[in-house]
Structure formats: structure tokens, C-alpha cells
Ligand binder design. Structure first.
Ligand code: ZN
Length: 372
């Protein structure tokens, strides 16, 4: 799917000023915020798209490059959004700038409707190691996670200092006149609730650590270093707050036969001298099991056999990579007398004379082919 123009995403014209860009983004961020659109994938995508557009257009240098080169300015590692775009943490960390203070310290929300913020539990991070086979096929992992939950028996009551609003408003007389300022309530920490009763094993917020098995659906095609978010499986928040998220960091285990390069896989196949001369079939490992491949008689070392669709599925859901089998002809290092005599007698034989054909491309031509 083609990327939308950043100005179009924010609904502004190219001549928009910095404050217009900020205002437009603020509007989109509120409209598509995940707290307002729970489990709405389309809203989440639009939320991310707007954040990405703002990230570029709010930065004079990036904006200039975008205006000149479009999306190409940020491709090929040009300082853009390689490997799957901005994650939610990046987006939320951007908010301080947009919405003013008050989003730090565990708050992230527009909840309540009447301006009251709901406390959000902290995010948890775990690493999940995956084999290449698991990555190729996608997998549902059941992982034990230690997360804070509201301890059974804990009850909360409305904070009497802020009457549940989480905010304390003060009127101050200044030389500019009467000014109204508001700040998070320091009794409840902005939550609007305080602890009523809690059991002895709960912490000061009424929480305790519990082990829980979380099922994590990992789509096929994930990449080492990628982060997945499982909403609501981080630490619970006290009172009527919302749970944090579980951030899953993907780690790819090395495979002993296959090397990954994007969605393609590479396999080094060694064939003996007689097999190369006479042809053979070989069984090789793929991410979906073993397959037999035919090695033609007279195969040259360096030949690449392409098994279409035997690579890794694209994380975007568009097609699959290939498995590239690199043929290496193994030249014997030691020979017995009889073998030595045989090769000696073949030294001047015309069949052993190298006669490269146009189909036997040189190494450099093959490399060129692979990147074209
Ligand atoms: Zn309070």
C-alpha cells in the first residue's frame, strides 16, 4: 500500500505554519487515540500515521527533506522509520511536547471524558526468542509474566482532597490579575482515588506481584529487534485505572544451516566432485521441513538455485521470500595414487578445459542480479 502524503494525513496544506501543523496533529491524535478507540485497528493505524507525519513535519530539517524528496527522503536508512514505523512508546513520548506537561509519571490518557485522567499501569517488557521456523510459520507463545495486579481484598475510595478529579485547582492573585492554575493532586497522585482497605501483602498502591501465563500471538515474518504490544497485559493500575501494556521484544535465534537476509534465506550446499560431474539429488533444510532438490550434471561452483516462496513470509502479508541455495563444489584435498593418476591423465583432456558459457555468469554478474 502506498504511503499517504504527510500533509494529506494531517489535513493541512503545504504552506501550513508550525503551529498549524501542531494543531492539526493534536486533533488527529485525540480523534484516533487508542484509549478512545479500543481494539480498533484502523484507528490505531491512523493514529500511528498521524504521529509519523507529525514527527517529520514538526522537524525543520526533516520537513525540508520531505518537501524536496517525498517519502524517499526517509527510505534506505535515511533517518526515517525503518523496520515497521514508530512504536507506541515513541508516540506517547512525543505527547509531552503536544499536550503540555502532565503526561509523565504514568499518565497517558484522555479517559473520563470530563477531563479527568485515568492512571495507567506501567508497561512491562519481555524478550521472546524465536527460531527461524517459528518466525516463518508464526506462532502463539505462552509466556509466564510477573505483573502487578490489584491484590484481592484491596478497595479504593474517592480522594477527598480533589473529590476524584485528580486535579487541584488554585486561584492566585498576580500582577496580571486572578490566575487559575491546576496541578495533579498530590494526595492521590492524580488518580482521583485513594486506598480504602488493603491486605498486608499489597504495596502502597494496593498492588501485588502475581505470575500469569500470557498468550502472545506472533505473526509470521517478524524481525529481530521488532517490538509487539499486548494491550493491557502490563502492570495493573490502582483503583479504576487502566492496565499498562506488555511490550514483547523479538529475538531471532541463529539457525545452523540457514542465513536470513530480509525475507530471503541462504543455504550453502556442498557437493562432491563426482556429484557435480554426474549430477545428483540432495536433501536440504527449509523452514517448512526438508525438500529434495536436483543438482544438474556439470553444475558449477557458485551457481545459485532459487527456490521460490521457500523463504520467510513478509510481515506486511505480501508474499514470501525465496530460498537461495548456493552450490559449492568440494575439491578433494587428498587423493590416492590411482585417483592422482586419473586426474593427471585428464589434465590435457578437452572436457576438463574451462569453457564458461554465457549462462555461467561470473560472481560479480550474479551479485548484480540479486540486487536488481
Ligand atoms: Zn486526589
Amino acid at each position: 500500500m502506498a504511503k499517504r502524503d504527510y500533509y494529506e494525513v494531517l489535513g493541512i496544506s503545504k504552506g501550513a505554519s508550525a503551529s498549524e501543523i501542531k494543531k492539526a496533529y493534536r486533533k488527529k491524535a485525540i480523534e484516533f487515540h487508542p484509549d478512545k478507540n479500543p481494539d480498533d485497528k484502523e484507528a490505531e493505524a491512523k493514529f500511528k500515521e498521524a504521529a509519523e507525519a507529525y514527527e517529520v513535519l514538526s522537524d525543520a530539517d526533516k520537513k525540508a527533506r520531505y518537501d524536496q524528496f517525498g517519502h524517499q527522503a526517509f527510505e534506505n536508512g535515511g533517518g526515517g522509520f525503518g523496520g515497521g514505523g514508530m512504536n507506541m512508546d515513541d508516540i506517547f513520548s512525543q505527547f509531552g511536547d503536544i499536550f503540555g506537561g502532565g503526561f509523565g509519571g504514568g499518565f497517558s490518557g484522555f479517559g473520563g471524558g470530563g477531563g479527568q485522567r485515568r492512571v495507567k499501569g506501567s508497561n512491562l517488557r519481555i524478550r521472546v526468542k524465536l527460531t527461524l521456523e517459528e518466525i516463518a510459520n508464526g506462532i502463539e507463545k505462552k509466556i509466564k509474566v510477573k505483573r502487578k495486579i490489584q491484590a484481592p481484598g484491596t478497595t479504593y475510595k474517592t480522594c477527598s482532597t480533589c473529590n476524584g478529579s485528580g486535579q487541584v485547582t488554585r486561584i492566585a492573585n498576580t500582577i496580571l490579575g486572578r490566575m487559575q492554575t491546576s496541578a495533579p493532586c498530590n494526595v492521590c497522585g492524580g488518580a482521583g482515588q485513594t486506598i480504602d482497605k488493603k491486605p498486608n501483602d499489597a504495596d502502597s498502591q494496593g498492588l501485588k506481584v502475581a505470575e500469569e501465563t500470557v498468550s502472545i500471538k506472533i505473526p509470521a515474518g517478524v524481525v529481530d529487534g521488532m517490538q509487539l504490544k499486548v494491550s493491557g497485559k502490563g502492570n495493573e493500575a490502582p483503583g479504576n485505572g487502566v492496565s499498562g501494556d506488555l511490550i514483547v521484544l523479538i529475538e531471532e535465534e541463529a539457525h545452523d544451516k540457514l542465513q536470513r537476509e530480509g525475507d530471503n534465506l541462504h543455504y550453502d550446499l556442498y557437493v562432491s566432485y563426482p556429484d557435480a560431474v554426474l549430477g545428483t539429488t540432495k536433501e536440504i533444510d527449509t523452514v517448512t521441513g526438508k525438500v529434495r532438490i536436483k543438482v544438474e550434471a556439470g553444475v558449477q561452483s557458485g551457481k545459485i538455485l532459487r527456490l521460490r516462496g521457500k523463504g520467510i513470509p513478509s510481515i506486511n502479508g505480501y508474499g514470501k521470500g525465496d530460498l537461495l541455495v548456493h552450490v559449492n563444489v568440494w575439491t578433494p584435498k587428498t587423493l590416492n595414487k590411482q585417483q592422482k593418476e586419473f586426474f593427471e591423465s585428464m589434465r590435457n583432456d578437452e572436457h576438463f578445459d574451462p569453457k564458461p558459457e554465457s549462462s555461467d555468469k561470473s560472481f560479480f554478474e550474479k551479485v548484480k542480479d540479486m540486487f536488481s
